[in-house]
Design a protein around this ligand. Structure first.
Ligand SMILES: Nc1ncnc2c1ncn2[C@@H]1O[C@H](COP(=O)(O)OP(=O)(O)O)[C@@H](O)[C@H]1O
Ligand SMILES: [Mg+2]
Length: 251
């Protein structure tokens, strides 16, 4: 469960760039929900993620994850709660380390949740099982350097790294934006499968309107740091990409 209560955040305070990015924003996301966030450039979507991850702290308001208030808890102490995958596959993975080393690193992040597997054989089997879901045969390449992988493979690996950390909340920020259309669709399908199987509470930012309609349990349109519109599953079923784009200018 994630609860944001009356969040305000101004960035660039005291400069000519000063901007009230999030305005009295309140959102409640239940366990296991898959919420898709859409909105124009600069709407505040990534900033909202940075508040949940703890990269930024809000000026006012409160953030709860389950029954713990995390409003003032710094990022490194929230790593066990939240994991994020970004647009650039290079950001989420380390090129000069092998696939297995990358996954071991991700596992370490989640160790406060008791997920550290000390036994090498068991750990490798755990990684193989997770990688096999990608259907990219990466489970047979665990000792290869990640720098050898394609963008799509690296992004899929970044997703698995976010999963093995064991955090309750998964945040995906335009994870397919840097990929070619075919790879993007493949990575999106894999992400949706993994989210469904793992039952993780998920927030996903996308500019792909078809994905925003097709995936997730709820879609939220963020406009100027506020919720412009919310669509539940029945409402999503009535939408088309053209209708959704039209809503951007109405809110
Ligand atoms: N350090 C900063 N100083 C001032 N404004 C900023 C800063 N960082 C981001 N912003 C502004 O905050 C707004 C929201 O940015 P962001 O959350 O990245 O938007 P989105 O992800 O929805 O495209 C944008 O207008 C951006 O220019
Ligand atoms: Mg963004």
């Amino acid at each position: 469960m994630i609860k944001l209560v009356s969040i305000n955040l101004t960035l660039g305070k005291g400069t000519t760039l000063e901007r009230h990015v999030l305005k009295d924003l309140s959102i409640h996301i239940a366990d296991g929900e898959f919420v898709v966030l859409i909105g124009g450039n600069g709407a505040g979507k990534s900033t909202l993620f940075s508040l949940i991850s703890g990269y930024r702290l809000s000026d006012s308001g409160a953030i709860w994850i389950d029954d713990q208030e995390v409003t003032k808890i710094p990022q490194h102490k929230r790593a066990a709660f939240v994991s994020e995958v970004m647009q650039d596959p290079k950001v989420g993975t380390m090129a000069h380390m092998t696939i297995e080393e990358n996954l071991s690193f991700a596992l370490m992040r989640g160790k406060r949740r008791g997920l550290t597997l000390h036994d090498c054989v068991k750990r490798r089997a755990f990684f193989r099982e997770k990688l096999a879901r990608l259907d990219m045969r990466l489970e047979d390449r665990m000792h290869e350097l990640v720098g050898n992988l394609s963008g799509g493979q690296r992004q899929a690996l970044a997703l698995i790294m976010a999963i093995v950390g064991g955090s309750k909340i998964l945040m995906l920020d335009e994870i397919t934006a840097a990929l070619d259309p075919k790879t993007a669709a493949n990575v999106m399908r894999i992400a949706a499968d993994v989210i469904r199987e793992e039952g993780r509470t998920t927030l996903m930012i996308t500019h792909n309107m078809a994905d925003a309609i097709h995936y997730g349990t709820r879609t939220i349109l963020l406009t100027n740091g506020q919720i412009g519109k919310c669509y539940n599953q029945d409402e999503k079923a009535q939408l088309t990409p053209a209708l959704l784009i039209n809503e951007f200018s109405m809110f």
